[in-house]
Design a protein around this ligand. Structure first.
Ligand SMILES: [Zn+2]
Ligand SMILES: [Zn+2]
Length: 74
């Protein structure tokens, strides 16, 4: 059954990276690593303006748009 094989392959390609802690799956290793930081509480992305720490680059980027300190400085 080639049809079944194709769908199997596509599914594993879509979510190859699985979090051992909660079972969430991710399409890229990069996304999985970002997610794992949430479990460990690792916050290695700091806002240069208010010095708050964030777990992922995307969370920091979102913060930067609303950071009162950064907006006040400009
Ligand atoms: Zn997880
Ligand atoms: Zn900030």
């Amino acid at each position: 059954m080639p049809g079944i094989k194709a769908s199997e392959a596509r599914r594993t390609k879509e979510a190859r990276f699985k979090c051992d802690s909660c079972g969430q799956t991710f399409t890229t290793n990069h996304n999985l690593k970002n997610h794992i930081n949430v479990h460990f509480g690792v916050k290695e992305h700091s806002c240069g303006s208010c010095k708050r720490d964030f777990t992922t680059q995307s969370v920091l980027a979102r913060h930067m748009k609303t950071c009162k300190v950064a907006n006040a400085a400009s």
